[in-house]
Design a binder for this molecule. Structure first.
Ligand SMILES: N=NNCCOCCOc1ccc(-c2cn(C[C@@H]3NC[C@@H](O)[C@H]3O)nn2)cc1
Length: 447
């Protein structure tokens, strides 16, 4: 057995997102979001599920914070529903929305838990989508207006801010692959949206600095890893294109002020012409205080001409998979983190999402999710390797505190360390909750 020990200042946390847990979709003055619209479009979400009720955390947040207190976490990563603050996306502010987040943040602070606030976790006000959404540069200004209000309203209470969660999902998964809201299938549109998202990020960081807000700000790209099937250059290049689509496409602009040429050239071959306005790249590359990294899975892959967007195919290696079908690939987390350090230096990093889908149900009041514990052990070991290799890891925030609305999968896929009965809304702490609690208390675990 091996003891995996973490640095004494390591921060431990859990993560959720507004549309996935809050419910109360028509309460408290909340406006309509694109996920309300998308989830109610037939065929988009498993079983026609939607976030109308979800985990009802809008009403049950006190119970949820008490669970976090019992867990012993240092930080809770949540997101604010933009349509609760600006029901029409801009203009009139909804005080009831602000009041809800004050109640949540005050409860966290009263329990010694630091709030980490994600400003945008995919629930765009429908009113803005009706005017072109992220493809319309006016949405950038609306986001800065929203961020400015939140910075001023919660300055002194919230000290860790994330502008965007998973811009790859917001742009490419939602507007090219099309499985998330609003469900477009247009590479030019998706790529231009990815640029507007980065400008919105940069402008809100500029505003954060101008206002002199205490605290730190960053963003949370999602990542993946493809290991080349062979050492043939074509396999290596193919894997680098997929990795680059998640990592360099979003991090080069922020940390280097330029898009990665190999990806620009590839997209140009596919007919994409990115429109970059004067000053955009300077805006995007505002220094951030920390980087959030989301990682779930990786694969073995090889070059295949004219396959998909980036000319690669998976090679089935019969890795164990979680219940959502994603391979368990912890070495990918190590590879992602060391690649980021090599490319961007000593930027402080929080793992802002890492977790697994296991759909175990309660038996006699317990949920024996041993698969999730194994996943956590493997990925925390990979994280420990990255720390030993000099990666500046500040904390680990697992996805998720509780089972919740998993986007296109609806409620069929469970990522929580707490089980939620969606009929009764009863929470049941899983075995992984108790494993994570002990790991946090020790700041080590025995693998
Ligand atoms: N690359 N090519 N793909 C081609 C085919 O894709 C089809 C589907 O793709 C994807 C890719 C990624 C995801 C995903 C989900 N989560 C989990 C959430 N993270 C934020 C938080 O809200 C969690 O719920 N993270 N990532 C889903 C679907």
């Amino acid at each position: 057995m091996t003891i995996i020990q973490f640095p004494k200042d390591m921060k431990w946390g859990t993560a959720t997102a507004s549309y996935q847990i809050e419910g109360a979709a028509k309460e408290g003055g909340r406006g309509v979001s694109i996920w309300d619209t998308f989830s109610k479009t037939p065929g988009k979400v498993a079983n026609g599920d939607n976030g109308d009720v979800a985990c009802d955390s809008y009403h049950r947040y006190e119970e949820d914070v008490e669970m976090m207190k019992d867990l012993g976490i240092d930080v809770y990563r949540f997101s604010v529903a933009w349509p609760r603050i600006f029901p029409d996306g801009t203009g009139e502010v909804n005080q009831e929305g602000l009041d809800y987040y004050h109640r949540l943040v005050d409860k966290l602070l009263a329990n010694g838990i630091e709030p980490m606030c994600t400003l945008y976790h995919w629930d765009l006000p429908q009113a803005l989508q009706d005017k072109g959404g992220w493809n319309n540069r006016e949405t950038i200004d609306a986001f800065v207006e929203y961020a400015t209000l939140m910075f001023n309203e919660f300055s002194g209470k919230i000290n860790k801010w994330l502008t965007l969660n998973e811009p790859w999902c917001i742009s490419f998964l939602s507007n090219y692959i099309g499985v998330h809201a609003p469900g477009n299938h247009d590479l030019q549109l998706a790529t231009q949206i990815s640029h507007h998202l980065l400008v919105a990020h940069g402008k809100s960081v500029q505003k954060f600095r101008e206002l002199g807000i205490d605290g730190e700000i960053g963003f949370a790209p999602n990542t993946t890893w493809l290991e080349p099937f062979s050492n043939r250059q074509e396999d290596i290049d193919a894997c680098n294109r997929e990795i680059g689509w998640y990592i360099e496409w979003f991090m080069d602009p922020v940390f280097k002020g330029t898009y990665p040429t190999f990806m620009v050239d590839w997209f140009k071959k596919k007919g994409v012409e990115l429109v970059i306005e004067d000053g955009d790249m300077e805006t995007i590359s505002q220094p951030v205080d920390f980087l959030g990294i989301n990682y779930y899975t990786g694969h073995i892959a090889r070059y295949k001409e004219n396959e998909g967007l980036l000319d690669w195919e998976l090679v089935e290696m019969n890795y164990d998979r979680t219940d959502i079908g994603w391979p368990i690939f912890p070495e990918g987390l190590y590879n992602v983190l060391t690649r980021i350090k090599e490319s961007y230096g000593d930027v402080p990093i929080f793992i802002t999402e890492n977790g697994s889908c296991y759909n175990d149900e309660p038996e006699k009041g317990r949920v024996h999710d041993t698969g999730r514990i194994n996943y956590l052990e493997q990925h925390l070991t990979a994280l420990s390797r990255a720390i030993a290799s000099g990666v500046n890891i500040k904390g680990y925030i697992t996805w998720s505190l509780m089972d919740n609305f998993e986007w296109a999968e609806g409620y069929t896929m469970r990522f929580g360390i707490v089980h939620v009965n969606y009929r009764t809304l009863e929470r049941t702490k899983k075995d992984s909750f108790y494993w994570y609690k002990q790991t946090i208390a020790n700041n080590w675990f025995e693998s």
